[in-house]
Design a protein around this ligand. Structure first.
Ligand SMILES: Cc1cc2nc3c(=O)[nH]c(=O)nc-3n(C[C@H](O)[C@H](O)[C@H](O)COP(=O)(O)O)c2cc1C
Length: 200
């Protein structure tokens, strides 16, 4: 059974919802899935004043745990077009894992959320993917087998590089059924890839 980690950071809950959909997708492929988040680095008073969603049930991840998984799917919101510093700060602790090649060959993927449709989704995904490639991971995106990303009948997230959602300028838009289906599909594909690569 493939072991999959969905690792996320979310200030307002959009990426948290996407993370749970990614996890459901991976479970639907028979994987053993953990959902964990990285620590908030903003001071508590800043997070409170900015109305961050403080009640997130996922446990905090520790960097050494990454070595325990066959696949790691990383999600965080965009910050000025690239990954959030909370996630970057967590991944920057992976020097020891990198030195040992502890993540080589594992399956990886990225998902994100932006406020606006063209506010940096693809570059944010690639900023996460860049980290994962340095770790030696094999990347799985979100191919057009997720047909929902083709529609122009409504605003949708989703790109070949990973699942996405569009939160709106004040976070008023929640991930839609199509956005969540994209996240679910990417989780399923990554779990299937991990099962093929790590059949034991
Ligand atoms: C400092 C900061 C920078 C941001 N930069 C961008 C940006 O470049 N483009 C964009 O579309 N949204 C930007 N946003 C909006 C966030 O991406 C949005 O709040 C997030 O996608 C919501 O996801 P969450 O609920 O999981 O935190 C920014 C937000 C903050 C706080």
């Amino acid at each position: 059974m493939a072991k999959v980690l969905v690792l996320y950071y979310s200030s307002y809950g959009h990426v948290e919802k996407m993370a749970n959909a990614v996890a459901e997708g991976a479970r639907s492929a028979g994987a053993l899935v953990d959902v964990k988040r990285v620590a908030e680095t903003a001071p508590a008073e800043v997070a409170k004043a900015a109305h961050f969603k403080m009640d997130q049930s996922a446990p905090l991840a520790a960097i050494e745990e990454l070595a325990n998984y066959d696949a790691i799917i990383v999600g965080c919101p965009t910050r000025f077009g690239r990954l959030a510093s909370q996630m970057a700060s967590f991944l920057d602790q992976a020097g020891g894992l990198w030195m040992r090649g502890a993540l080589h060959g594992k399956v990886g993927g990225a998902f994100t959320s932006t406020a606006t449709q063209h506010g940096g989704q693809e570059v944010t995904l690639f900023s996460i993917i860049t980290n994962l490639l340095h770790f030696g991971m094999t990347i799985v995106g979100l191919p057009y087998s997720h047909q929902g990303q083709m529609t122009v009948d409504e605003i949708v997230g989703g790109s070949p590089y990973g699942a996405t959602t569009v939160a709106g300028g004040s976070g008023q838009r929640q991930p839609t059924a199509i956005d969540l289906a994209g996240a679910h599909h990417q989780g399923k594909l990554i779990a299937e890839a991990a099962k093929k690569l790590f059949p034991g």
